[in-house]
Design a protein around this ligand. Structure first.
Ligand SMILES: Cc1cc2nc3c(=O)[nH]c(=O)nc-3n(C[C@H](O)[C@H](O)[C@H](O)COP(=O)(O)OP(=O)(O)OC[C@H]3O[C@@H](n4cnc5c(N)ncnc54)[C@H](O)[C@@H]3O)c2cc1C
Length: 407
């Protein structure tokens, strides 16, 4: 078959290799001058290419589309990804949290391996070419358009990625291809991204990282998401860091201004236990200042903010705190609240959540249910997962599902 793959990112490069190995005549269009511009920046330049977990354990980290991905992940999982890259001559290692990286710690090794194999498999590489449309005939794909020119193909694979980090070439073109061929798009939103807040007092905390805290997101009185104990960071616009990025993936389809975040600064103990601890500390401190009491409970830079929020002065005497003050302090340390104004934009989002409606795509081979021989793979689909190598594995599993089912 004469097949066109649009996009030389993670999913498109692997799919093109697999299709060519299966004997198809493959053309890969990539708008950049080389493949893998986004791959290059993955894992802070080290490329966390998969997570060495499979089956249910893997799917637990998928936020949207885990049912859809069940079949493709079963047939091409992280073990297959590792075998694929090792067979291309890239030795791999497994780090904390089952994260898989090249031994060299260089994403460029992954890209070079893909580029060599594309050449070896004689994939026709069309760099610097932007596909502008897809055309169909009698309910089947007929080809692609470039600069007004129609080029016929028997099958077309859309591997154009999402909309995050647009400078890498992922500018959301695939959504337009899907819409123009009659598909629904679930609204794309930034995911694995920091959260902007309106609480001016916390901006003094920029750069402060808190370890062993829990962050929850509430809409009115309903808890939508509660993180695991982990690390977060105060930034120039609000909050970020690992547990906030994960939180964003679960609540980013909500209206941001409806959301409040609560930081539990003492997740290991209950509010009552915290009140008892505060009382014990006060008994030891006697007439010393509230500031000294707070410094025993919090990072120094947070003490004034907490005392201001409680209407106390750092110079007040600790042993003059009323029972109500002690209860309010314990409550605030368990529920340090922030009002959300927005999620950071696509250009700071690790991935895009939303995309081609999964109801219109077959999970077995990624073929559109509306247009024959049209396929969608990778981040352009309405699938997304947490950090840890899961998103690249989704790109590879969906690529393999597509490639192994085109005859
Ligand atoms: C900073 C950062 C770090 C990340 N780190 C990790 C990580 O360590 N592990 C992990 O699992 N995931 C990571 N991700 C996510 C991961 O990179 C993506 O999920 C993955 O690259 C998606 O693959 P894809 O093939 O769907 O799209 P992409 O890799 O985005 O590739 C799409 C390609 O299509 C091309 N293209 C688009 N439109 C057209 C067109 N009209 N014509 C021709 N070409 C076109 C683009 O130029 C691009 O090269 C990271 C993302 C970012 C932004």
């Amino acid at each position: 078959m004469k097949i066109c793959v649009i996009g030389g990112g993670a999913s498109g490069s692997v799919c093109a290799i697999m299709l060519a190995r299966n004997g198809h005549q493959v053309t890969l269009y990539e708008k950049n001058e080389k493949i893998g511009k986004k791959l290059y920046i993955t894992g802070k330049g080290r490329c966390n290419l998969t997570n060495a977990t499979t089956g249910n354990e893997f799917l637990k980290h998928v936020v949207h589309g885990n049912k859809f991905l069940l079949s493709s992940e079963t047939r091409f999982n992280s073990e297959d990804t590792m075998a694929f890259f090792e067979s291309l001559g890239v030795p791999l290692k497994i780090e904390r949290g089952n994260r898989v990286f090249p031994v060299s710690d260089k994403s460029s090794d992954i890209i070079s391996a893909l580029a060599s194999e594309l050449k070896k498999q004689k994939v026709q590489l069309e760099f610097g070419k932007v596909v502008t449309g897809i055309y169909t005939s009698n309910g089947a794909v007929a080809g692609v358009e470039l600069d007004g020119e129609k080029i016929p193909y028997d099958a077309v694979v859309v591997a154009t990625g999402g909309k995050s980090y647009e400078a890498t070439g992922s500018t959301g073109d695939g959504y337009n291809f899907a819409l123009s061929t009659g598909h629904n798009i679930i609204k794309p939103v930034p995911s694995l991204v920091g959260v902007c807040v309106s609480d001016l007092d916390i901006f003094a905390l920029q750069g402060l990282s808190l370890k062993n805290v829990v962050v929850s997101a509430f809409k009115k009185d309903k808890c939508l998401y509660k993180s695991e104990i982990g690390e977060m960071l105060f930034t120039d616009f609000g909050v970020s860091g690992p547990i906030v990025l994960s939180l964003s993936a679960f609540v980013n389809r909500e209206e941001p201004t409806d959301l409040k975040l609560y930081i539990d600064l003492k997740p290991a103990i209950s509010q009552k236990e915290l009140e008892d601890r505060i009382t014990r500390d006060i008994n030891v401190l006697g007439a010393k200042q509230v500031g000294t009491l707070l410094e025993g409970l919090l990072p120094k830079s947070m003490c004034e903010i907490v005392s201001n929020r409680l209407g106390l002065m750092l110079a007040d005497k600790a042993n003059q705190l009323t029972k109500e003050n002690r209860e309010r302090l314990a409550y605030l340390l368990k529920n340090f609240d922030l009002s959300v104004t927005a999620f950071e934009g696509f250009n700071r989002a690790v991935i895009t959540s939303g995309g081609v409606d999964l109801k219109q795509v077959s999970p077995k081979d990624m073929q559109s249910k509306l247009v024959k021989n049209l396929y969608f793979i990778g981040e352009v689909l309405d699938v997304d997962a947490l950090t840890g190598g899961f998103n690249l594995q989704i790109a590879f599993s969906t690529a393999a599902a597509c490639a192994s089912n085109i005859y």
